[in-house]
Design a protein around this ligand. Sequence first.
Ligand code: HAM
Length: 509
Amino acid sequence: MSEGAAKKEEKPRKFQAIRGTRDLLPPETALWNRVEQAAHEVFATFGFGEIRPPIFEATELFARSVGSETDIVSKEMYTFVDRSEKLEPQPVIGSMDVFLQRVKQLYKSGEIPHDEIGLELVEKQWQKVDDLLKGASSIESGAIEIYELIMLFEALRLGGDVSLRPEATASVCRAYIEHGMQSLPAPVKLYYMGPMFRRERPQKGRYRQFYQIGAEVLGGSDAPAIDAEVIEMVMMFFDRLELQGVQLDINSIGDRNCRPKYIELLRAELLKVKDKLGPDSQRRIETNPLRVLDSKLESEQGIIAKLPRIADHLCEECAAHYAAVRHQLEMRGVIYRENWRLVRGLDYYMRTTFEITAQGLGSQNAVCGGGRYDGLVELLGGPPTKGIGFAIGEDRLILSLQESGKGAVAIGRDVYIAWMGERAHATAIRAAKDLRKAGFSVELPPVEQKFGKALGQADKLGAKYALILGDNEVSEGLWTLKTLADGSQTKFTEPDLLEYLRKQKALSS
Ligand code: HAM
């Protein structure tokens, strides 16, 4: 069969976006751009600079920071081995040295990671392999040992274990260490925006590829004013977007001093009521009792309400810090609600935690989450560093703006050029260039159309004006501008037209 015939017989397959992912399309993308532009502007007024970390990182980075027992790391990450080669042992003992040389090469180039397994197998065993190989073709027992080693080598991982980022705080801390940012004037204030990946059950406001806009403050101080200013910044951003029904919840979850004692107390209390709890909460009594407080299960609400509250068990320093954060928020006029059940689902938090909900989101109503994570940079091998930050779910933010009627963006064109005739076409091309240079959006039809059809098209595209260019207009040097909203028409010389449009734009903005 010829190649062409084979192609014809292949059934065309319709592809669809992977479950939990979606295309963001115009005109909605204009709203995304407006939101992102507002973030750039508001965050800059607080002295934040943008960081763009990679979309995938070593899996270990997320396991260490977010926590290997959390849902995000244990169930939801997209993880793969970043492998570019295959290592295949040779079937004949005599040609084994080719395979072994390849192992050595790959180890040298870094394709086989220089981690504990790589070190053990390649560096420590190498001498033994070399010795064995010399006598292998004649000594049977040597051959068996070589085969055993080959099997071990086969177990070598080629390339690192990497994951699509489920969040970006870990990446920002990694970058802070990698680039020695502790030597910059403190605190270092960074923000980011971009896609994150979690394999969650998709529903309204919950996707497997979703977008966050986040910010982190890293440095030597844990002054409560820093916590309050970070929160003030998000609230100003939401205010600027006119996000509706904004509700800020705050809490303190203590530190290494007081939290373990509280968790023990909570565990003991939970054990007393274990039988009345659902299976998820029963499991969490052992794995992470704090997360029981997160439960939305109706039948558990009465029980949870009677549990000991962390606010009553904070150590002196944490209690003072929490009180000062509240005071600092009040000084900034930020309205908050204390929520002792706000524990958050990531391991790195300590002391201040907060969450913001907004209107129109149904059950997935958290539009922003954040908190303090002193010690995370240290945990990742960096210097002692304090940190606090947040991430906004951009998909949810957009959804809430749309649902409350605050998501409108100007669509359409400023000018649709309706031209007829060869000479008019040349003039139309020049007019389009000049208008675009002056910042107007222009639609220039590629083929001639009757004026009636062109005007209908201009209407459909939501154009404000139609510029009519026919033979008469071109020879008179007077162009007709039709305002589509009211149908009025005026004639302008070329420079007057530009001036008029400029004035109208200034008036409407
Ligand atoms: P998070 O609470 O896991 O925190 O996520 C922050 C926000 O991202 C959530 O409040 C929600 O709006 C949005 N989000 C999370 N998962 C999804 C999803 N599957 N679909 C749509 N939106 C989602 C963090 O990620 C921390 N890194 C925040 C942080 C920064 N804490 C300190 N610094």
